[in-house]
Design a binder for this molecule. Structure first.
Ligand SMILES: Nc1ncnc2c1ncn2[C@@H]1O[C@H](COP(=O)(O)OP(=O)(O)OP(=O)(O)O)[C@@H](O)[C@H]1O
Ligand SMILES: [Mg+2]
Length: 321
């Protein structure tokens, strides 16, 4: 059974010019021990679709669809219950660890408060759990680290601490939203190895959001590609990243800086900009940027349907094997 199963998720946010649809019918599932990679350009609705699950959207937002977490629907669950689950069984880390860490509280205080609140441990037990957590994310000298403050640590170490806090209550699902974007490449690789080990050792389900497909190629089991609030292609990592079939996935991969960039494989940026929410073109939202678009692409919104080894929302399917 999936740890999380999201079905037809739609999110509308209030704006000065009325409600705007930001996420428009998204489906995905993630199992224990599995990493689901979610990728797509900035503004495609990756973060909003996750915040919707945790009840962290602005006031007057509307959410439709279902998100079954261990069989229970997060969307219709009473707020109190959701608050209890979010932070304990379902944890999230953000791009900037300062979003998850309080700058004025010691690392120990933040770790132990969290553990005490959710696991109801006494002072000594929560102290032991805090040390154990820092060891688990490979923070050197955990005892000293507990007395230090977030700004005493490098960006990579801060991210490890944020992950330790997220893991404090042994969640079933970790949503990591661009956890390595602010870090340099070697530190990034270390965090990815850490996530990879944690999901294996703790049977943790992970949703890893990124706009860097290179990150997913090293760790994701399955990937979902977002464009303008919809999933345009999803499937096993190797299928989607080695043989992309949606023109948008293709373009994203072409835009990746390859070490072996050459005349044969020049670096191509995707032409044009993603559409603003509320101002989507008719038909496929990608059609104005797509070299393969035909008449139907301008008229009908393509549905995400099974296409061999994956799901695809492109009637043209120009890269079919
Ligand atoms: N509070 C808000 N009110 C109105 N619109 C918003 C709000 N927050 C985000 N949006 C819009 O929703 C869209 C999706 O935002 P989201 O943050 O989910 O994108 P993203 O895919 O996570 O992008 P990034 O890769 O930059 O993090 C964007 O166009 C954004 O401008
Ligand atoms: Mg985001």
């Amino acid at each position: 059974m999936s740890v999380l199963e999201v079905d037809s998720l739609r999110v509308q946010l209030p704006t000065p010019s009325g409600d705007v649809t930001i996420v428009d019918g998204v489906d995905y599932a993630v199992e224990a021990g599995e990493v689901l990679g979610v990728a797509g350009e900035s503004g495609s609705g990756k973060t909003i679709s996750m915040l919707a699950l945790l009840g962290l959207l602005p006031e007057r937002s509307t959410v439709h669809g279902t998100a079954r977490f261990e069989g229970r629907d997060l969307i219709t669950m009473p707020r109190r219950e959701l608050r209890d689950i979010a932070g304990r069984d379902l944890a999230m880390v953000f791009q900037d660890p300062f979003t998850s860490l309080h700058p004025m509280l010691s690392v120990g205080k933040q770790l132990t408060e969290h553990v005490r609140r959710h696991l109801h441990l006494d002072r000594a037990a929560s102290q032991r759990r805090a040390v154990e957590l820092l060891e688990d994310v490979r923070i050197p000298d955990p005892e000293a680290a507990l007395r230090a403050f977030p700004h005493h640590f490098s960006g990579g170490m801060r991210q490890r601490i944020a992950i330790a806090i997220a893991l404090a209550c042994r969640p079933k699902l970790l949503i990591a939203d661009e956890p390595t974007t602010a870090l340099d490449v070697t530190v990034q690789a270390g965090i990815l190895r850490l996530l990879d080990r944690l999901r294996r050792e703790h049977e943790l389900a992970v949703i890893l959001i990124t706009h860097d497909l290179g990150v997913l190629s090293s760790i994701a089991d399955r990937v979902s590609i977002f464009y303008a609030g919809r999933v345009v292609e999803s499937g096993a990592r190797d299928a989607v990243l080695t043989h992309p079939r949606h023109p948008y996935t293709h373009a994203l991969l072409d835009a990746l800086p390859h070490p072996e960039v050459s005349k044969e494989r020049p670096l191509v940026a995707i032409g044009g900009a993603p559409p603003a929410p509320g101002r989507l073109p008719t038909g496929c939202a990608f059609n104005p940027r797509c070299a393969h678009a035909v008449e139907t692409c301008r008229l009908e919104v393509p549905q995400l349907v099974v296409a061999g080894d994956r799901r695809l929302a492109c009637p043209v399917d120009p890269f079919r094997a």
